[in-house]
Design a protein around this ligand. Structure first.
Ligand code: SF4
Length: 396
């Protein structure tokens, strides 16, 4: 029987494969050259999970996120092998939230049914736009129709917790087309919507083309964001994070762990972890990753960086991540965690953002308004001057 006092943990499993690479994407993923690579990778990932069996014996993971890449680009039998490996290596909590990321062109009803029976109870579908011309600009491999078929297949397979990713700031996108997409998506009534801004990342084809992309300007993006926040609230989706909106009871528990600075273990090339007080990540090199797990005797190093998190950094991270959440930062909770007075540390700096309507103080908490969330990077970089933070270790 599962002990009640087991620690909670989030598990992220990275599947680094895609059917083709989107022009804006800088995630670690590639098109596998043959099916053997996928089989080798799944074996390596399962072996990696097994290697954590004893260090995770005291944990009952309550969230699992199988992301990528495109996990559903793997044959379903391989995905089921990943889930079997997961269950044999970890004592999953009884009510575990298990999310699978899916590209609409890569899922069928039959596969979803098998995956749901294996434990997948949340599906995250990357639509990005309901406009086929915008999808083409993004070089997505699916159409709006593919998405709709995938969505309905998921419902038929009785997956009753679905997220849809929607993007704004797409080249050529207008206010009207964003609203048409949101209107279309909300009519299907998913439980959760991620609405996020396209970023032009270095190293991507979009970066090379950045001078010629017809990108909406900042004022247009601001209007898109604010209109979306209002529209989604009207449709019953409460904003709980800068880019995330959910019907009551359907917030993504896995992602909340990141923003709450809770523990999570990420396995696979490029995956990050915060586990046992340490942050680390694995190398963005699938071949090296597979070799290391196929030949443990060769001691091939796959950890990219390992960093023990000191209180000073923890405090800064906490402010940076917690402020992303609509509930913001509780002064009392901050004192309990760090033994510091949040008002004394940040109150003066926050005052001008409160005057501008970007931050509000409600009872014991500071939180960003939607207007503030749009410029959250600016607010946080202004706030987090680490020289202000004296070292204080409540554990010492
Ligand atoms: S499907 Fe997703 S992970 Fe794959 S290339 Fe496109 S955006 Fe990146």
């Amino acid at each position: 029987m599962q002990k009640l006092n087991k620690r909670r943990l989030g598990i992220y499993l990275h599947i680094p494969f895609c059917r083709s690479k989107c022009a804006y994407c800088d995630f670690y993923s590639f098109v596998p050259k043959d099916a053997d690579v996928c089989e080798r990778y799944v074996k390596a990932l399962v072996a990696h999970m097994e290697s954590y069996k004893s260090s995770c014996a005291d944990y009952a993971p309550d969230t699992v996120f199988i992301g990528g890449g495109t996990p559903t680009s793997l044959p379903v039998d391989l995905l089921l092998e990943v889930i079997r490996g997961l269950k044999s290596s970890f004592h999953l909590a009884k009510n575990v939230e298990m999310t699978l990321e899916a590209n609409p062109a890569t899922i069928t009803y039959k596969d979803l049914l098998r995956l749901r029976r294996a434990g997948v109870n949340r599906l995250s579908i990357g639509l990005q736009s309901g406009d086929n011309a915008e999808l083409k600009t993004l070089s997505r491999i699916h159409t709006r129709r593919d998405f709709e078929e995938a969505f309905r297949a998921a419902r038929r397979a009785k997956i009753n917790n679905i997220n849809v990713d929607v993007m704004f700031g797409i080249p050529g996108q207008t206010q009207e087309s964003v609203m048409r997409t949101l209107n279309y998506v909300t009519r299907l009534s998913p439980e959760h919507i991620s609405f996020y801004n396209l970023k032009i990342e270095e190293g991507t084809p979009f970066w090379e083309m950045r001078g010629s992309l017809n990108l909406p300007d900042e004022d247009e993006e601001y209007a898109m964001y604010m209109n979306a926040v209002r529209f989604l609230a009207y449709k019953g989706y409460a904003q709980y994070e800068i880019s995330n909106f959910a019907k009551p009871g359907y917030q993504c528990m896995h992602n909340i762990k990141y923003w709450n600075c809770d523990e999570y273990l990420g396995l696979g090339p490029g995956a990050h972890s915060f586990f046992n007080g340490t942050r680390f990540s694995f190398c963005r090199n699938a071949e090296r990753y597979m070799k290391a797990l196929e030949h443990p005797e060769a001691n091939i190093r796959i950890t990219d960086s390992t960093e023990e998190i000191k209180t000073k950094e923890r405090l800064g991270e906490y402010v940076m991540l917690r402020f992303r959440l609509s509930e913001g930062i509780s002064v009392r909770e901050f004192y309990r965690l760090f033994g510091r007075d949040f008002d004394a540390m940040y109150g003066a700096k926050l005052a001008r953002f409160i005057r501008g309507g970007f931050v509000e103080r409600l009872g014991d908490s500071y939180r960003m308004t939607p207007k503030g969330m749009f410029i959250s990077n600016y607010i946080l970089s202004d706030l987090l001057d680490f020289s202000d933070v004296d070292l204080y270790d409540p554990m010492s």
